[in-house]
Structure formats: C-alpha cells, structure tokens
Write a protein that binds this ligand. Structure first.
Ligand SMILES: NC(=O)c1ccc[n+]([C@@H]2O[C@H](COP(=O)([O-])OP(=O)(O)OC[C@H]3O[C@@H](n4cnc5c(N)ncnc54)[C@H](O)[C@@H]3O)[C@@H](O)[C@H]2O)c1
Length: 316
C-alpha cells in the first residue's frame, strides 16, 4: 500500500527529505506547502506532487498518512495542532520551536493524541554514534566538549532571536542531543554569551556553557556564527583510556592501541526518513528521537541560551 506524505515548508531541508522520501519504495509525496508558492511549486514538480501556498489547503485537499514539518523555528505551532486534530503522524524538524512554551504546549497535545512522531536530530542515525556509544559502554565518559563554530546561514529568519531562538537553540541543539545520548542528562551549569559589534542580526554570536551531568561527567559547549564557513562542528569525549571526536562525517578514536578514523557509512537523513515511514506503516520500531525525547533536548538548549543571555545559571 502506498504511504502518502505531505511536506510543509519547501526550503533547504525539505528538499533533502523530499529526495530521501522519493527513494523509499511505496512512498508518494502527495503535496508540498509553502507561503513562498514558487518554492512549493519547484519542489513539488521534482516528484509530481501538488503545490500549495498554505498548509491548511494541503491538509484539506490531500489524503495523507503522515506530515513532514520543515518550517523555520518561529513557524511551529498551528501546523502541528492541525495535524494532531486530523490524527496525522508527524515528522518535525529540529528545533521544536524558537521558544520553550510552544514546544511544551505541542508536546502535551501530541502526547494526549498518542501519535507517532519523529524529530530531525539526524545525528542519532549515524552508525559512528552507535560505535561511540558501544565504546563508552566499556569506559563511560567523564568529560564532553561540544563545538559549533560556523557561519550564519543566509536565510532571513536565522539571525533573528524571534525567528530561530538563536544559534544555541537552532544549531548547538544537535550537540546537546548527542551529549544526552552519549553522556546522559544534564543537571545544571553556567553559561555566558555576547554580541559582537558587527555580528549578524540580534542574536548572541558567541556563547559558551559549562555543564554538569547526572553521571558526574562535566561538559563545555561553545558556539559561534562569526566565521566565513563551517570551521569546527562536533563533540569530543574523554573517558578513562579513551578519547573520541565525533563529527557528522567521522569518528576518531584514541585508545591504548593508537588512533583510528572511522567514516560514517549511513546517510542519516535517509535513515531517519526510512525509520519514520516504517513506523507509520506499523512495520518498524527505529524512531530514535520522539517529540517527547526531543523536548528534553530543546529544554536544555533553551536553558543554556537563556542563561547565556543573562550570564547566569543554567536552570532545568
Ligand atoms: N536536521 C538538520 O541538520 C537540519 C538542517 C537544516 C535545517 N534544519 C531545520 O529545518 C528547518 C528549516 O530550515 P531550512 O534550512 O529548510 O530553512 P529555509 O528557510 O530554507 O526553508 C524554510 C521554508 O519554510 C517556509 N515557511 C515559513 N513559514 C511557513 C509556514 N507557516 N508554512 C509553510 N512553510 C513555511 C519558508 O517560506 C521557507 O521556504 C529549521 O528549523 C532548521 O533548523 C535542520
């Protein structure tokens, strides 16, 4: 039986999902919605889908089995609520929202409805992340260093606090999510941030946090968007006799035998889409970040961003 999918948002990440979904047997992307109708049309034309300028029309007209929500952080809310009203399983891109209140409200609605969900923390599908977790099972992490040192993406909403929630919420959230998988939950800590005179938009463009994990491990996480291109994005871990450096592309392992580099073999975007399609069909159980789980990551990212703005304590 064909699984009919709708895409809301027709920007960069929607294009990646569209291409991944088109490779899955038995999947039809039925419609694409974006207020920038030209974008919806271009994306829809790639797979012969219908284009809509408003997601409400997509939901009203098409018979869908699941919805992929690929809107900017500030645009979350109404679309998820309408999907819940229709009982539609939801794939939602990270971050869940630009703020915490919207995500908390949606999590409650989605939880009450008991709908299948998946959230786009695609690092969870890296085979190298699984290798890192296996290695740390024998020697638990005592310290984690996360870095997201990059340029500011050139989309109009990104460098606005009310558009994206800031870089910590929008990008460094991946680092916090990986740290939760590899090190466990954060108990608290401290953060600070600053704006540069020529920094983009109105967001903090340098931010750093020192965090304490329930396991007793400690972590430091820094992000900046002042660079001309991606410079250093990943998570380093220190455990007794074991050092790890995980990026989206590789895992470097240092142990008593020496140093080795393991390249990823999985396309994590395709893997997360395949896993959610299987879950929607009732054929699989490999969703690695449900909405409820992603809310914990989002809560942490917002807590760090809030503390950074105040130069203060990370309160969870
Ligand atoms: N998992 C990842 O690594 C990853 C990578 C890139 C982007 N993302 C996330 O995906 C989201 C979108 O990012 P992007 O790079 O595709 O941005 P983008 O600006 O390229 O695309 C967003 C699109 O959403 C549209 N839009 C805005 N409001 C809408 C609404 N109410 N209904 C329908 N469409 C609406 C915009 O017109 C735009 O075309 C962001 O939250 C971003 O963090 C995740």
């Amino acid at each position: 039986m064909t699984t009919r999918i709708g895409l809301v948002g027709a920007g960069f990440i929607a294009g990646r999902h569209l291409d991944a979904l088109a490779r899955i047997e038995g999947v039809t992307v039925a419609g694409v919605a974006d207020p920038r109708a030209d974008r919806a049309e271009v994306l829809a034309a790639r797979v012969g889908a219908a284009a809509y300028a408003h997601w409400a029309d997509l939901l009203d007209v098409e018979r869908l089995d699941a919805l992929w929500v690929c809107v900017p952080p500030h645009a979350h809310g109404p679309v998820e609520e309408a999907a819940v009203d229709r009982g539609l399983p939801l794939f939602v891109e990270k971050p869940l929202a630009a703020d915490l209140g919207t995500a908390e409200r949606l999590a409650a609605r989605i939880g009450d409805a008991g709908l299948p969900t998946s959230v786009g923390y695609h690092w969870r599908y890296l085979d190298t992340l699984e290798t890192a977790r296996d290695l740390l099972a024998g020697s638990p992490a005592r310290m984690v260093l996360g870095a997201w040192l990059d340029r500011a993406p050139r989309v109009d909403w990104w460098a606005r606090q009310d558009g994206s929630g800031g870089q910590t919420v929008e990008q460094a959230t991946h680092l916090f999510d990986v740290a939760r998988v590899l090190v466990g939950e954060v108990e608290g800590g401290w953060a600070t941030g600053s704006r540069s005179p020529d920094g983009p938009g109105d967001i903090l463009d340098v931010c750093t946090a020192a965090l304490r994990f329930a396991s007793g491990a400690v972590g430091s996480f820094s992000n900046s968007c002042l660079l001309p291109r991606a410079h250093r994005i990943g998570v380093e871990l220190v455990a007794p006799g074991l050092g790890l450096w995980l990026t989206e592309h590789q895992l470097v392992v240092t142990d008593p035998d020496g140093e080795r580099t393991i390249d990823r073999e999985v396309d994590p975007f395709e893997a997360e889409d395949r896993a959610f399609v299987a879950a929607v069909r009732g054929e699989g159980d490999d969703v690695r970040t449900t909405y409820a789980d992603a809310l914990r990551t989002h809560r942490l990212a917002v807590a760090v961003a809030t503390a950074a703005a105040d130069g203060g304590t990370v309160q969870l």
